[in-house]
Ligand binder design. Structure first.
Ligand SMILES: Cc1cc2nc3c(=O)[nH]c(=O)nc-3n(C[C@H](O)[C@H](O)[C@H](O)COP(=O)(O)O)c2cc1C
Length: 259
């Protein structure tokens, strides 16, 4: 069974492609994460766990969800991470989580996809040809990954150096606390009050009040689901996002039309 979380569609694409190629079922974990539902998930076929990379590791809310949720049936677990180019210590965390759950770690694959993090000026926006190139390259890589999983082979994981772990583990929570506030999110007059942002927020930080989204709490996962998936482009993050394009994998699906 393919288990996944995806905010802007990259990881969903990967998960659904693998499900199709392996003739297996894909389960979107969003609703379970939102409901804090840790009821067991059973599969007689290997678990293939797919997630994006946040701040050099697998999203912490996703890792927490995996730790708390019994996975029954198959004892084998593959992990697939998408990122904008650096999956950091995701593989190391995956191995550790699998070990603690008594699952056989079958390796992890890292796939570079378009970066979706638009609420900072640290990363330049990718040009359209580069976005298209990354999606094509990912689709090609998936053929090999699906083949290896189908043959029950281990995936060859990138070596994660100790210094990466030593830097990321303390850096991640500091970054999240200082840089992932919610106070700059706002809905402009374009908002139609559809509530999609609230439905997609994995941490339930958005409430619709008088037909408009209101962000609660001090910080969130900054997954970009709300701002990138708003059907009318009504959500901004301060002034940083005002002139930026929105990214969703679905906008670029045409790249794969001949596949
Ligand atoms: C909060 C946040 C942090 C991110 N951190 C990284 C990172 O450390 N390295 C990287 O290469 N990409 C990073 N990204 C980019 C995403 O991992 C990448 O675009 C991913 O494919 C998005 O998957 P999705 O479309 O399934 O949500 C980050 C994105 C977000 C939203």
């Amino acid at each position: 069974m393919i288990l996944y979380f995806s905010a802007t569609g990259n990881t969903r694409f990967v998960a659904l492609q693998l499900a199709e190629r392996l003739g297996d079922e894909a389960l979107d974990l969003l609703d379970r994460i939102k409901r804090d539902d840790h009821s067991p998930i059973h599969s007689d076929r290997p678990f293939v766990i797919c997630a994006p990379t946040y701040v050099c590791e697998m999203p912490r809310f996703f890792a927490d969800y995996l730790r708390k949720t019994p996975l029954t049936g198959s004892a084998a677990a593959y992990f697939i991470f998408t990122s904008g180019g650096y999956c950091g210590i995701s593989g190391t965390l995956a191995r550790s989580i699998a070990g603690k759950k008594g699952l056989r770690y079958m390796g992890c694959a890292e796939l570079t996809m378009p970066r979706n993090y638009i609420v900072t000026d640290h990363y330049p926006e990718l040009e359209k040809p580069e976005i298209e190139r990354r999606i094509r390259a990912c689709a090609e890589a998936l053929e090999g990954i699906a083949g290896a999983i189908g043959r029950a082979e281990r995936l060859k994981s990138r070596h994660v150096w100790l210094f990466e772990v030593a830097v990321t583990l303390p850096f991640n929570p500091v970054w999240c606390r200082l840089k992932q506030g919610v106070s700059s999110f706002q809905a402009t007059d374009k908002c139609v009050g559809c509530g999609k942002c609230a439905r997609l927020c994995p941490l339930n930080r958005i409430e619709i009040v008088d037909g408009r989204p209101v962000w609660h709490g001090k910080s969130c996962a900054h997954c970009m689901s709300c701002i990138q998936n708003c059907p009318v482009g009504a959500i901004e993050y301060g002034q940083i996002t005002q002139k930026k394009n929105r990214y969703r994998f679905e906008k670029y699906r045409y790249v794969l039309k001949d596949r």
